[in-house]
Design a binder for this molecule. Sequence first.
Ligand SMILES: *Cc1c(COP(=O)(O)O)cnc(C)c1O
Length: 454
Amino acid sequence: MQYYSTRNKNEKAGFAIAALTGLAPDGGLFVPGEIPQYPAHVRSSLGAMDFCDIAFETIKPFVQGEIPDSALDDIIRSAFTFTAPLVPVADRFAVELFHGPTAAFKDFGARFMARAFSYLRRGEERPLRILVATSGDTGGAVADGFFGVEGISVTVLYPKGRVTPLQERQIAGLGKNISAIAVEGSFDDCQRLVKAALADNDLKKRMTLSSANSINISRLIPQMVYYSAAAGRAFAGRVDMDGEATPRVKGVAPSAAAKSGLPVTLCVPSGNFGNLTAGLYAMKMGAPVTRFIAATNINKTVPDYLDSGEYLARVSQATISNAMDVGAPSNYERMAAHFSWEEMRRIILGVSVSDEETRETIVRVHKDADYFIDPHSAVGWKGVDKLRAENKIENGAVGILCTAHPAKFSEVVRPLAGEPPVPSSLALAMERTVNAATIPAEVSAFIETLNTYN
Ligand SMILES: *Cc1c(COP(=O)(O)O)cnc(C)c1O
């Protein structure tokens, strides 16, 4: 598979280069030269296949020629030790993406990426430093994914005071090959610093750098897997009431999700739009998704673009769904490389949800369906309610991608719905001690700090 830069079709690279460098040399994002199709027998059995088998069929064409099948299979089986259960809740289903070690969907991408990097760099002498900007969840997932991986260190930048205590411990509590920097600014500032450092030629002479944001294609590719798995099962009318699906739902009829062959609508709570981009790729491969909903908080750059055809990036505003506080979503550039505005409008419905509506939804879903929902997933839930009220959603199965475990955002959830059950991985993380440097939101300060590491 060849990848090319969103800014120049002639700027090409294979999977290894695209993954390890993160950003194309011209500052663009790598996108796949073509989206492969699932073979017919895979496409027709997505609803019944094992998660790791779907992962293998999905990822294989994207790494062909660079990761042999047996190594890919090892990477997948060690990365995806958890799945994404489909849980019926009231009149829709939850796609629970939070059963990984940091309790958010980013574990899928980060764990695959860490293992792929480790394989691609086998035999390398020079250590690699990965730079990650995070609005909260990416940092923890990447730090956890790479923790203890030999020859690779990770530096996480996060907006000081804008992540939860748990997120801060997941980011800045591991130590060893993981270092953390609290930036006095916003997530957009963190992202700007990372982009500047990755483009700094002096720095690049001194150290081998890469990124691990959703701008890295190797994080996006594994995220296709749960779309294909969820859409396949929803289309086949299958849901998971047992296994690892938590929190449990009591006595709720799996109405919408229990019939087969109906249109499948998936609602994606979005910030930087990496997750939705992966969904679009999965759909292009042949996953039976009829429509996507891009649900944002008040940082509604993309819903506004879908409305008006005019893309206006802006400064991000803080909300209670802070992993989606992105005013200039990087992956818009990828979406625009594959789809025109008209095409996007046919596939994606945009909707934006306020903090007030998000809180009201957390209360209501808990009361009506006995289900704890985190603020990000609540944005998706409410987004579906709003679009349904406008008759914009087809009948059929409607799934909300639940991007984080409610206990991860218990500061918000607890006063509204009571204490959600805490997974053991989160309980352990809370016991760590934060160890982070603090810097102003300036490129020079960041580079100075980086230089102290070597
Ligand atoms: C990162 C994140 C999002 C947003 O995902 P994007 O790929 O940036 O659109 C939503 N919810 C949670 C919990 C997240 O961590």
